[in-house]
Design a protein around this ligand. Structure first.
Ligand code: DAH
Length: 315
């Protein structure tokens, strides 16, 4: 008989001992009962210990340091890949870096000053409502556009101007808007901002630079045009459009609005301590998803944040 079986029999035998309690005198009962209880728990403890040892004896130990046997199949490791937006954002910043732009990362939690005041949004101006801005209960702002970084970029790089150089920086980042989600709108998406300041920056330079960017990104020459726009932080402001290329599903008729841009407003420069009489700048900002959707013929922005593996595996 095994040790465990012996102990289990002892436990059973205890049962008839317990039955004797009722025949005892009242004053003897508690001491007798306590003795039985102690015996019972000692037995239960021993059983538990023996069972645990038996259990671990069944497990074959693995030598983690052993080299794999040559005739064993190599396990298939399913490796993840970068999210398509990460890959594309890297492509975008890479193109600008090769043009000489520095890259700065945007904040994911910002404030009223950087969202509005620093960008020449007058207090109580209706344009403030145009950004469907979220606010935390502490009064912070998850940025509704990467332009919130413009003031910081100007401050950070203004010493370039003092040394006779230029400010040339791009700022990719995640932005948030309190919008209804549909195939072309997300509450969380990505933008890339650009700021350039020099003694003689012009709109022509800006359009040439943006055309060059889009042609490099899509790997083909493109037709571009602008149409009037309004942003408090640029004057004049325009919207930048490309003609949908045939190779990307265009039929030679559609124009796509890719970003907003313009000459940096003098108030934005002077708020950062840059003299607008001496320096001029241009700036632009646009969504990354739109760029990527056109490139890969995607028709629903919601795929990006859907965590659908079938979708992600295609990249
Ligand atoms: N921040 C604007 C938006 O999200 C886009 C934009 C327009 C950025 C003009 C700029 C700019 O830097 O100069 O709608």
């Amino acid at each position: 008989m095994s040790k465990i079986e012996n102990l289990k029999n002892e436990l059973k035998a205890l049962g008839s001992e317990y039955a004797k309690i009722k025949d005892l005198k009242a004053e003897q009962r508690s001491a007798f009962g306590a003795k039985l209880n102690a015996k019972k728990s000692a037995i239960l403890k021993q059983i538990a210990e023996l069972e645990a040892t038996a259990q671990s004896a069944k497990v074959t130990p693995i030598d983690l340091t052993a080299p794999s046997a040559p005739n064993q199949p190599i396990p298939v490791i399913k490796q993840g890949t970068k999210h398509p937006l990460t890959t594309e954002l890297e492509r975008v910043t890479d193109i600008y870096s090769r043009m000489g732009f520095d890259v700065m990362e945007s904040y994911q939690l910002d404030d009223e000053f950087h969202m509005f005041e620093s960008l020449n949004f007058p207090a109580d101006h209706p344009a403030r409502d145009g950004y469907d801005t979220f606010r935390t209960s502490e009064g912070f702002i998850p940025p509704a556009h990467t332009s919130t970084m413009q003031h910081r970029a100007l401050l950070k790089y203004k010493e370039n101007l003092e040394k006779g150089g230029q400010i040339a920086v791009v700022i990719p980042g995640r932005v948030f808007r309190n919008e209804d989600v549909d195939a072309t709108h997300e509450h969380t998406f990505y933008q890339c901002e650009g700021v350039f300041v020099s003694k003689d920056a012009t709109m022509g330079q800006m359009l040439g630079l943006l055309k060059n960017f889009f042609e490099t990104y899509y790997g083909q020459s493109l037709n571009i045009k602008t149409q009037p726009g309004y942003f408090p932080f640029t004057e004049p402001s325009v919207e930048f459009l490309i003609e949908k290329p045939k190779s990307l599903g265009g039929k030679g008729d559609g124009w796509l609005e890719m970003l907003g841009c313009g000459m940096v407003h003098p108030n934005v420069l002077s708020q950062a301590g840059i003299d607008p009489k001496e320096y001029r700048g241009f700036a632009w900002g646009g969504g990354i998803e739109r760029l990527v959707m056109l490139k890969y013929h995607l028709n629903d922005i919601r795929y990006f944040e859907s965590a659908k593996l079938d979708f992600l595996k295609e990249f």
